[in-house]
Design a protein around this ligand. Structure first.
Ligand code: 0O2
Length: 274
């Protein structure tokens, strides 16, 4: 596609894109906070990794031209702000399909940005075989002395969907958008297989995330520790804790007695030397 973009516009684009750079940095940190929060509390994180980027200038210009944005008209900046919603882009990659849905829900509940639109290319894959959730959010950045409300596209997908999309993207680039028919067919087949794998793995998710059944003898030890704790015999309680429960904390997460002991004394028990 031939693009006639005045040199002045190309220069202006640098400062035009700066608040988007800031938005990507801030949002990336915020979304990574979800992952760290889960990990810090010893829970499984529905997020594997988060990446972000600002759309490259050539890709932005191409999309602007497709939308008939006229760079000789002073309104071009406002039109791009309003009409091109993926200049700031975040990609959240998860292990399982249910994690993708959980992350989508967590993002919808946030108050630091507003979800404007959700495109569900998992329920309705693109013709290419592309699967992902696209969430358009509006986010306010304070850039210099300015307050700017910007759109950002958050893509949420599984590792499998990401693998497929990365390969397809490279092929599209290699063939300059005109992927040969037989390669397209293989990509389509790969998309179907990726989806089957995602669905199968999603069933395993429950199996993987369900903690193993609690050994009844451990529960008895817990009772003993609890009664020593009630009698304020902390040294004996600590001794028993270290001998029998240390390392099995995950199995007792839903047990209120354990939680109480752990919250009040767990760290001390672990720290006391024999
Ligand atoms: P870049 O700049 O190289 O990252 P629309 O309403 O059409 O504007 P939509 O449906 O959200 O918006 O998707 P759009 O604009 O076609 O594409 C936005 C981004 O989604 C793309 O960025 C890709 O990252 C991803 N995407 C969409 N469709 C496909 C697809 O078929 N294959 C792959 N691999 N990725 C896709 P760009 O355009 O690559 O821009």
């Amino acid at each position: 596609m031939k693009m006639n973009v005045p040199k002045k516009v190309l220069n202006q684009l640098v400062s035009f894109l700066a608040p988007y750079e800031q938005a990507v940095d801030e949002l990336k940190l915020k979304v990574k906070g979800i992952k760290y929060g889960f990990q810090k509390s010893g829970r499984y994180s529905p997020i594997e990794f988060v990446v972000g980027r600002v759309k490259k200038v050539d890709s932005l210009l191409k999309k602007a031209v497709e939308k008939n944005i006229d760079f000789t008209n002073d309104s071009w900046q406002e039109r791009i702000h309003q009409e091109i919603t993926d200049i700031a882009g975040l990609r959240v990659v998860c292990r399982y399909i249910d994690d993708v849905l959980e992350v989508m829900q967590l993002l919808k509940e946030r108050e630091d940005f507003v979800v404007q639109d959700v495109k569900d290319y998992i329920a309705h894959p693109k013709e290419s075989g592309y699967r992902s959730i696209h969430m358009i959010v509006s986010y306010t950045v304070y850039h210099g002395s300015e307050k700017k409300k910007l759109f950002c596209e958050i893509q949420i997908r599984t590792l499998g969907m990401n693998f497929w999309a990365t390969n397809e993207h490279e092929l599209r680039y290699k063939y300059d958008g005109n992927i040969p028919e037989h390669v397209l067919q293989q990509l389509n087949q790969a998309s179907t297989i990726t989806n089957q794998l995602d669905e199968l793995m999603n069933k395993l998710r429950l199996e993987i995330l369900t903690p193993p059944p609690v050994d009844p003898s451990l529960e008895e030890r817990l009772e003993e520790i609890f009664s020593l704790y009630v009698k304020q015999d902390f040294d004996s309680a600590a001794q028993l804790y270290r001998e029998h429960l240390s390392g099995f904390e995950g199995a007792f997460q839903d047990n209120p007695k354990f939680k109480m002991i752990y919250d009040l004394l767990g760290k001390r028990f672990g720290a006391i030397s024999t």
